[in-house]
Design a protein around this ligand. Structure first.
Ligand SMILES: O=C(O)C(=O)C[C@H](O)[C@H](O)CO
Ligand SMILES: [Mg+2]
Length: 402
């Protein structure tokens, strides 16, 4: 099966998505997500100028060889742009292989290890009362695991609090929106939020929380300790992870489980975290970490150290990403949980898909391939909108981690 054409489709049905479509001489095609929120056009250029010309004429069935050629052949290894581009090719090729075999992708990977994929949704509110209500709403929808984020008194634009009903879209302006960050206000507020949620909703529901890289290691240790009574499923990105050793300090001070990795793009970003058992969940995902091929390596390493997967799944990852992740999740032996932020109706219409939510679990469906398609005519009606992620500053104006 020879690759005859590969094209990059950019659309914005409510938000921007970049999709790679690879077509073969036998009429079978595959798609892969290539969206890198706020930096979309860099991946588009990488794909169109440097990757697509290398694909034409290659045997689409040689997924591993093509992965190695794109990784080693560039000489310049790793990084979000390169690895997102490789991921899009890899996902599209797995889609093709599974379609050609007449199987849903999870069957090709080794078959289902579970009946469904446990997912967590996002409950967020302007204050504690509203966030407690939103957790109730997600429970009513059938979710068994819920991430809770709340506005903090006196802190404008706290992370994770949306304006919409079901989802938040942080990339909201052509130039970055400025938000404020105040660590002292946050670390005293967060335990009160989780105390209120447990008081209202009891012990059974799984609760998650995202710190979004904002604390120092010792502050993160203290926060983890103060959240212990509320038994979080995980505390995510409690400190920035460029220095993997930093997590030793967090680990020494808390037994709150730790999740890291949505911005990782390679096994080398998490090797020490995993080998030293400094985290409990690895959040790398198909679209930003080199596709199914590389995610299998990451998960294999993690399995040796009892680290489980918890793939990123915000709305800036397209349904093509979600579909591929769900096949991976259904198969991967050391699965933990999958993030699931619902897409808008416009996005769902552009990307028809077979995955479905029931009783707190997602299933990728039985459609051959990744089970997600793109309606190109409809996509063309939603042109690209330049958008950037916000930035955060401390009260004195110092630039901080958003
Ligand atoms: O979903 C999460 O946990 C996030 O932290 C979402 C990120 O802010 C988002 O994907 C950035 O593009
Ligand atoms: Mg996160």
């Amino acid at each position: 099966m020879i690759i005859r054409n590969a094209k990059v489709i950019i659309c914005s049905p409510g938000r921007n998505f970049v999709t790679l479509k690879i077509e073969t001489d036998q009429g079978v095609y595959g798609i892969g997500d290539a969206t890198l929120n706020g930096r979309e056009k860099a991946v588009v250029a990488y794909l169109e100028d440097h990757v697509v010309p290398l694909l034409i004429g290659r045997d689409a069935s040689r997924i591993e060889d093509i992965w190695q050629a794109l990784y080693r052949g560039a000489y310049w290894r790793r990084g979000p742009i390169t690895m997102t581009a490789i991921a899009a090719v890899d996902t599209a090729l797995w889609d093709i292989k599974a379609k050609a075999a007449g199987m849903p992708l999870y069957q090709l990977l080794g078959g289902a290890s579970r009946n469904g994929v446990l997912v967590y949704g996002h409950a967020n509110g302007a204050d504690i009362a509203e966030t407690v209500d939103q957790v109730g709403r997600y429970k009513d929808m059938g979710y068994r695991a819920i991430r809770a984020q709340s506005g903090i008194p006196g802190v404008k634009g706290a992370y994770g609090v949306g304006r919409g009903d079901m989802y938040y879209e942080p990339a909201d302006a052509i130039l970055p929106t400025e938000t404020l960050w105040d660590t002292s206000s946050y670390v005293t507020f967060a335990p009160k939020l989780f105390e209120a949620i447990r008081n209202e909703h009891g012990d059974e529901i799984e609760l998650l929380h995202d710190v979004h890289h904002r604390l120092s290691p010792i502050e993160a240790g203290r926060l983890g300790k103060s959240l212990e009574p509320y038994r979080l499923f995980w505390m995510e990105d409690c400190t920035s992870a460029e220095n993997q050793e930093a997590f030793q300090l967090v680990r020494q001070h808390t037994v709150t489980p730790l999740a890291v990795g949505e911005i990782f793009n390679s096994i080398h970003d998490c090797r020490e975290l995993i080998q030293n058992q400094l985290i409990d969940y690895i959040r790398a995902t198909v679209v930003h970490a080199g596709g199914i091929t590389h995610m299998r390596q990451i998960a294999g390493l993690a399995a040796l150290y009892q680290v489980r997967t918890g793939c990123h799944g915000a709305t800036d990852l397209s349904p093509a990403s979600m579909g591929a992740a769900l096949h991976f999740d259904l198969w991967v032996p050391n699965f933990g949980i999958q993030e699931y932020m619902r897409h808008s109706e416009e996005t769902d219409a552009v990307f028809p898909h077979s995955y479905n939510f029931e009783d707190g679990y997602l299933h990728p469906g039985e459609t051959p391939g990744i089970g997600v398609d793109i309606d190109e005519k409809l996509a063309a009606k939603y042109p690209y909108q330049p958008r950037q992620l916000p930035i955060a500053r401390l009260r004195d104006g110092t630039m901080w981690n958003w």
